[in-house]
Design a protein around this ligand. Structure first.
Ligand code: ATP
Length: 464
């Protein structure tokens, strides 16, 4: 049973230190969120799982970390200055402002009226100014990136030559992106500042691009199940031609059931797009238009690729899986949420996070906090585990309460040190999901836990 709605997660997240409303001491900042001690661990674990899966376990992907603020010309030639728009409309009755494409039944979400102004484009790139310049100096204008992808495209040749790569190969990047969303909301689902995990997979213009889109969809479905998402809560949306972005020939969105309580429960978790050769050509100095004119007179580089085997030069095509860190975290929290009733009839929340994502892997709990030998032994166990896994020591309540607290934040293992531990050098390991307990020798503990924490095995990639 996943969470019944996002609100259940909002309250758990605040209560237990995953996510707090941002700038709360000044009344907040609409739809901005801060990640607390457990939230930062969960986000880091999602990003690390992704990086490990793509960059370490595969042999065809490199990683980079490009700047958030790029030369403004990048956004001119990528098409974002001209077309990165949302369509705005205003309700004539209540003056509310909304995104035209997100209306349900053409009704105003605030007052229910259907009396709209004409839709007009609104560029959602967030602007800033560079340097100590006058307010009206147009040359100082810069943007906070709305996607991490462009930093990858403009580094294509750098990475390819430095790492001696041949096609097909990919470049992965994780980092913050910014969009001046018209209607942010639904907790961390839609915010103006968010984090993306994007990968550009470069292939020949004659590759089977549509098949490669299907391949990456399958790979990501597999990866999401490794994070604990139920396939039932995912749905594939083939984006219709008229809704495709200017660079895309085909896009498949993986949607997640963020709104199980609604008639339309789905919202985008990620998209997989065949971006053609649009981006590499548009940033290249040698690419000519139909009339033989350079399409980019400002570029000083040519991002084409020379294929040694065919002796041909071309602009590679790109398949792009683009996922959001925050939307993945929200889906993971919703799917992990469960409730269980104990033998006293009390209902407990158990966050059944995949062990690789759990913020804390093991909590060491002394059964008697006024017994210095037991406390000393528990603290020593915590210190000995810390180099191999994230562990905490807690003695701030009775054992029942301590277990319940760890269940609620998804800690896979609670380790109890009791009187007998002093005699037999063994501890009790309690499993979060089954509440079963087993006795393990302290000398075997680290290895025992590590074995059980092993990341879910994602099938090795088939050759492309
Ligand atoms: P939407 O249609 O929901 O606005 P999009 O199609 O514009 O999303 P993409 O440009 O495909 O989104 O971005 C890739 C991913 O980045 C999305 O699937 C999502 O996970 C994440 N993302 C995009 N915008 C936001 C946002 N405002 N807040 C949080 N995550 C976002």
């Amino acid at each position: 049973m996943p969470a019944p709605n996002i609100d259940t997660i909002v309250s758990l997240a605040k209560r237990r230190g995953f996510v707090f409303p941002s700038s709360e001491v000044y009344g907040g900042l609409g739809s901005a969120w801060d990640y607390g001690p457990l939230g930062v661990e969960l986000c880091n674990n999602v990003k690390q799982a992704w990086w490990r899966w793509l960059v370490y376990e595969r042999d065809d992907i490199e990683g980079i970390d490009s700047s958030i603020i790029l030369n403004r010309l990048v956004w001119k030639y990528s098409g974002h200055e001209a077309t990165f728009n949302d369509w705005l409309i205003d309700c004539r009755k209540c003056k509310g402002r909304f995104r035209a494409d997100k209306l349900v039944d053409n009704k105003c979400p605030s007052c229910g009226a259907s009396d709209w102004t004409e839709a007009r484009p609104f560029n959602t790139m967030l602007q800033t100014k560079l340097g100590a310049v006058a307010d009206d100096d147009p040359t100082a204008l810069a943007y906070l990136r709305p996607e991490t992808a462009q930093g990858i495209f403009i580094n294509f040749l750098n990475v390819q030559t430095a790492m001696r790569r041949k096609l097909p190969f990919g470049i992965a990047q994780v980092g913050k992106s910014f969009r001046n969303e018209v209607t942010p909301g639904n907790f961390i689902l839609r915010t103006r500042e968010f984090e993306q995990m994007e990968m550009e997979y470069f292939v020949s213009p004659t590759a089977e691009h549509s098949k490669l889109v299907d391949y990456w969809v399958e790979q990501y479905l597999e990866w999401f199940s490794s994070l604990g998402l139920d396939r039932e809560n995912l749905y594939l949306y083939e984006v219709p031609k008229e809704e495709l972005a200017h660079y895309s020939n085909r896009t498949v969105d993986i949607m997640y059931r963020y709104f199980p309580e609604r008639e339309k429960p789905w919202e985008e978790l990620m998209g997989i797009a065949w971006r053609t050769d649009f981006d590499l050509s548009t940033h290249s100095k040698n690419k000519l238009d139909d009339e033989g004119k350079r399409i980019n007179p400002d570029s000083t580089e040519d991002l084409s690729y020379f294929d040694e085997s065919t002796k041909q030069r071309f602009y590679p095509h790109v398949i792009e899986p683009a996922a959001g860190v925050n939307r993945t975290v929200l889906a993971v929290l919703m799917d992990a949420y469960s409730e269980k009733t104990n033998d006293k009839g009390e209902t407990r929340v158990i966050l059944k996070l995949s062990p690789q994502l759990a913020p804390i892997k093991a909590a060491i709990l002394p059964l008697a906090k006024n017994k210095p030998e037991i406390v000393g032994m528990a603290k020593a166990i915590k210190r000995s585990l810390q180099p191999v896994l994230r562990a905490v020591y807690d003695d701030t309540g009775g054992i029942g309460k301590l277990y319940a607290r760890q269940d609620e934040i998804g800690t896979p293992f609670c380790i109890t040190v009791d009187h007998q531990s002093l005699e037999d050098e063994a501890v009790t390991v309690r499993d979060r999901d089954t509440w079963e307990q087993e006795r393990i020798k302290v000398t075997d503990l680290a290895e025992h836990l590590q074995k059980r924490l092993k990341p879910y095995p994602v099938a090795p990639p088939e050759t492309i």
